[in-house]
Design a protein around this ligand. Sequence first.
Ligand code: SAM
Length: 283
Amino acid sequence: MAGTLYVVSTPIGNLEDITHRAVRVLSEVGLIACEDTRHTRKLLNHYGIKTMTVSYHEHNERERAVELLESLESGLDVAIVSDAGTPGISDPGFRIVRLALENGVPVVPVPGPTALISALVASGLPSDEFFFAGFLPARSGQRRTRLLELSSIPATLVFYEAPHRIAGSLRDAREILGEREAVIARELTKLHEEILRGRLSELGQRFSSGEEGRGEMVLLIDRNVIEGAARESDASEISSIVVALEAEGVDARSALKKAARKLGISRDEAYRRLTAERSREKG
Ligand code: SAM
């Protein structure tokens, strides 16, 4: 009989945020595969869990998944955990789950914290439909292209973000998505938990100094453009959209056509606005 692979959620900051079931499963399995064994050991010590651990992270995921499968096939129950929250959510986990399922090994989730859900439910933005897009690309050109792809999704957009990139992401989001309500949820469940709400431009100003970019954070953006603000910004918006597309290798004609379609205006009108914007920039 093969063992079972348990996908176990652990705290995202506050050690109390772990279920009774997670503690029991972590105590009873034969092996815990951790992103960072030293990090997880602190949690295990806190709950008096003595189970053996092994590392399973993005650099050894492929080989380690095969070894874990062998353990599972020999009958050992294995739990997988990440440094924080739910494995497989912007963290390793997917590969071993796939491999286990392909080989007939049962996979059982042990649910618990994940930063995106905690952020969403406290954000005050609609939670009926949301789109989790993980981390945005680090480089501005690719980030803008990605934002453009996401711009027409009728759902709250949720991103994980690094402190040193938040100012750039807010600036690009404001330019590509237009003015929208946004929320930054940082250090959730920790001592300095803070939930900041405002327009993209307001949050952008706050973070552009760089001083505020500390801690772990989730960025959430409303699905709707704020009406009046959208009109004020149409001109700069079209230029940003065209620049983002051109940076990805789209030729000037097609970039203008796509930008016009996105803004719901004719190509002539798009061209007129773009020219006006560019001559303003030059003058
Ligand atoms: N697997 C994790 C989960 O289920 O949330 C996410 C891991 S991902 C590598 C780390 C990112 O999650 C951080 O950069 C941040 O965006 C977000 N995050 C994790 N803990 C957080 C917290 N306590 N407060 C806010 N964001 C957090």
